[in-house]
Design a protein around this ligand. Structure first.
Ligand code: HEC
Ligand code: HEC
Ligand code: HEC
Length: 472
């Protein structure tokens, strides 16, 4: 009884969540489906008129939304699922979304498909975990949902096998119902509405970026319940092992100095004249999705993203960093020189040049964007695992050639020398990244946060149950 009271006072202290959970218990099963039926009628007549065009538009949208990034496992059949997505609360496995009636979504109606991708509700009524980016896809227009449905019904080959692994989260996260409370708090389920006074191109870019490209899924920091913090949109966030930098128009900490063309070229090829090369999840998104979009759509995204209001983040002010190339040949320095400098000379200078200025297709490290980040993670990940872009030359990985201490010394040297930055690292941090990413205080916090949230849901459930019994 006393424990219940304590939990209840915690619950009332966290008012918004408490509100959400009480309405959760009072909520009719699916309030949001009524308008979808109308959309379904309109769409099925459209499909009858021009089915093939609709399917190929759906295919293009599936590339823009990068459905394959999660639903096609490495080496697996297209869209057959089975990719293991690591989240702060455990492993979530993507499902089979081929039109197989037994193992996939072949039995989904348009309305059910729409509810899954825009509201995170499966055909059986259960909630999906937000590892499926339905908070972004919620902005999709009815027409585009119908096109995606046509493609996933008729343009994709059915695979009649469910993924070998299933999602199995520890208690209390295994309660899918708790996601309904989360949705009430954080899911804005209105389609994108064009902003008046902005050009057609700008609105197209905003729509593509927000609803399909889901830039915010990676670049927006999250609160302790793992929801995106809208007030900090696109100002940079850690994804575990990689850091998605600030891409607002702030000059000091974002990409305020990039032109539309810089962004266009980066999204198309993974390189920009701002000495930035995409690695990790960004390179994957570019190779599988952005580089395959029409140029006009990439220009539209660039037109929009360069106007995102500036948000200052972190402490590194790129405009005051004055990196310099190495003046004399490193091979001439004696044994007392910086350990990192010696490793650079041995392992890296053959490509990036002793001066760090690079040559032809081998990029300069002097002033490289990798060293203007507020964290050393991306540079360390590139050194550990290399980069294998589809467009351009590979950088080899050094995971089995250099140990953690050597990579730390090297990284510290690079940030000081080529970034003029005081970001530094330790062998322990390199070891954590080598093992797949650190359990950052933020991740720990989010895990505790979600546990507290789930406890409140539970406490309220018990309290309501007790009250109902008393009333009877
Ligand atoms: C970032 C990863 C990610 C991307 C991108 C993604 N999905 Fe998902 N999707 C998932 C995961 C994970 C699940 C399973 C979630 C769960 O079990 O709660 C899922 C579930 C689904 C489901 C529910 C199927 C079922 O019955 O379980 C549908 C439908 C779906 N996705 C369609 C799509 C479509 C269409 C796209 C592209 C427009 C897409 N997804 C993009 C990760 C992703
Ligand atoms: C799957 C996660 C993910 C998605 C989705 C994503 N990004 Fe990124 N982005 C990253 C990461 C990680 C980096 C850092 C890459 C590196 O340092 O090598 C990055 C880097 C960038 C950069 C380079 C910035 C700099 O200072 O060098 C730009 C520009 C960018 N992203 C724009 C976008 C846009 C626009 C979208 C949506 C259309 C987008 N990103 C979607 C993860 C993502
Ligand atoms: C065989 C040539 C080669 C060697 C050796 C090499 N690199 Fe690279 N490096 C490249 C290429 C090519 C790229 C650009 C890849 C791309 O465009 O995606 C690159 C990119 C980078 C980047 C930018 C990564 C990012 O995410 O922005 C860093 C940092 C870097 N190299 C550091 C190093 C260090 C440190 C070493 C030595 C341990 C090294 N490189 C050795 C060829 C090389």
């Amino acid at each position: 009884m006393r424990i219940q009271n304590v939990l209840l006072s915690v619950a009332s202290a966290v008012l918004p969540l408490a509100l959400a959970t009480t309405s959760l218990f009072a909520l009719p099963a699916r309030a949001a489906d009524a308008p979808l039926a109308a959309a379904s009628d309109a769409a099925s007549s459209a499909a009858a008129i021009d089915g093939d065009a609709l399917i190929s538009r759906g295919k293009y949208l599936a590339v823009a939304a990068d459905c394959a990034a999660c639903h096609t496992a490495g080496g697996g059949r297209p869209f057959a699922g089975g990719l293991d997505i690591e989240t702060p609360i455990g492993h979530i496995v993507s499902t089979n979304i081929t039109p197989s009636r037994s193992a996939g979504i072949g039995a989904y109606t348009l309305a059910q498909f729409s509810a899954a991708i825009r509201r995170g509700i499966r055909a059986d009524g259960a909630n999906l975990y937000p590892a499926m980016p339905y908070t972004a896809y919620a902005k999709l227009t009815d027409d585009d949902v119908a096109a995606l449905y046509a493609y996933f019904s008729k343009g994709v080959e059915a695979v009649d096998a469910a993924p070998a692994r299933q999602t199995a989260l520890p208690f209390p996260f295994d309660i899918r119902r708790s996601m309904a409370a989360w949705n009430l708090l954080f899911l804005d389920s209105t389609s994108y509405r064009p902003v008046a006074g902005k050009s057609v191109e700008w609105n197209r870019g905003a729509y593509l970026a927000q609803a399909l490209g889901h830039c915010q899924t990676c670049h927006t920091p999250r609160n302790f319940l793992m929801a995106e913090r809208d007030s900090q949109a696109l100002s940079g966030a850690s994804l575990g092992a990689w850091f998605a930098p600030n891409i607002t128009s702030d000059k000091a900490t974002g990409i305020g100095s990039w032109t539309e063309d810089d962004v266009f070229t980066y999204l198309k090829t993974g390189h920009s004249s701002r000495i930035s090369q995409a690695g990790g999840p960004m390179l994957e998104a570019i190779d599988k999705s952005f580089s395959k979009l029409d140029d006009s759509d990439l220009h539209a995204i660039a037109a929009w993203v360069t106007t995102v209001p500036p948000i200052k983040s972190g402490s590194i002010d790129k405009t005051t960093l004055t990196p310099a190339p190495i003046a004399n040949d490193l091979r001439e320095i004696d044994g007392s020189a910086d350990k990192g400098a010696l490793i650079y000379s041995d392992s890296c200078a053959s490509c990036h040049q002793a001066s760090g200025k690079g040559v032809r297709h081998l990029p300069p490290l002097v002033g490289n964007a990798a060293f203007s980040r507020p964290v050393p993670d991306n540079a360390i990940m590139a050194i550990l695992h290399g980069l294998t872009p589809e467009h351009g030359q590979d950088m080899p990985g050094f995971a089995d050639k250099l140990n953690d201490a050597q990579i730390a010394d090297l990284t510290n040297f690079l940030f000081r020398q080529f970034g003029a930055s005081d970001v530094q690292t330790t062998a322990a941090h390199v070891a954590a990244l080598r093992a797949g990413g650190p359990t950052s205080p933020l991740l720990l916090l989010s895990r505790i946060g979600m546990a507290v949230g789930a406890l409140i849901v539970l406490a309220l459930g018990i309290a309501i149950g007790v009250r109902r019994k008393r009333v009877r």
